[in-house]
Write a protein that binds this ligand. Sequence first.
Ligand SMILES: [Zn+2]
Ligand SMILES: [Zn+2]
Length: 426
Amino acid sequence: MKIGAVRGMRDILPEETPLWRHLEAEIRAAFRLYGYREIRTPLLETAELFSRGVGEATDVVHKEMYVFPDKKGLLLALRPEATASVVRAYLEHGLYAKGGLAKLYYFGPMFRYEKPQKGRSRQFHQYGVEALGSLDPALDAEVIDLASYLVERLGLPREGLFLRINSIGCRRDRDRYREALRDFFEPRQAELCSDCRRRLSENPMRILDCKHPTCQPAIQAAPRSTDSLCGECGAHFQEVLAQLERLGLPYELDHTLVRGLDYYTRTVFELASKDLGAQDALLGGGRYDELAEMLGGPPTPGVGFAGGMERLVLVLRERLELELGRELDVYLIPIGEAPEVKRTAAWILAQLRRAGLAADMEYLGRSLRKATQVAARLARYALYLGPDELARGEVKLKDLGTGAESAQAIGAFERPEMLKRMLARG
Ligand SMILES: [Zn+2]
Ligand SMILES: [Zn+2]
């Protein structure tokens, strides 16, 4: 039997990888401009990291996490998200003791055992930032500004984007808010879907996440988390909003936005695109001022966001594909089977590559027309070398963009600077 990929695991093929690399490079560049440095944490962590950090009762941990014992019986998990890992690493390496703010970013695969569907696989890829060590509301705004700058930089038109924001307060505020929600929904159980009736006893805040139409009227009428904020959390949120206004970043207050994970406190936000339909969030994040303590560390406020690469690819594929398709500078087409032609062609290729030009050759002996079509798909220039050209000590150079042709001396390939000039002119 033929062996296939594991269900929900997807290969990213050579047609797609240029787009991924382009996006990764742009994201890195944006993160660097905002002062973030890269951290790489392992894909495997103890399962306890996530059950304590993300929350035992959340779907992510309870239903979707890949958990298995290692050979000694230690329960491990493939990371379902990276914030808990980054905070673990921050605590483990004593980054707090080095003083100042730790601004970290990451890239990489995450794993969730979900139903695979378009744009959602069990191994998916996230990029994200975490700023650890400050309670300053300016940092919440800066993280949101970074998110907004990032998607603009990637070429998403600003008109199609919108920022949803809310504050869920500190732990005491959330306890009060849960009570308020319970009091509100308890008498309205009949108006809720079966999932939400269960959530009512587990965590009524999660009812606000429900997309079921039945539940929407009750959700819209429900009390708002911002009404349960203590003085400090209220002032913090007001300052975040004032900063956003000063930065010229429009937002929508969304009291149903609570984010699914237990570690969130105070500011939560999502940046969404009108191009994405119902599940429209491109990235999301917020504060997690209590997460470090949940993991056994000293009190350490933090704020960050994470976004899915697959979502970006989905939205940007058509917009960027044409610019990214051609990865080669030169595609060389030998004409005929004469050994001397093929050897000279191989020598030219080697010179091109040593001059820093990406080059490849027609190895399948396709017709001139077919080979030129392949060249046009892969490269900016085609080079033709046959017995006649060889006899004249020349190759034919064709600019595949403009169609312009010229004869070039084979000797020029010994001098990289001439070669670069030749190709710059086309
Ligand atoms: Zn509070
Ligand atoms: Zn519901």
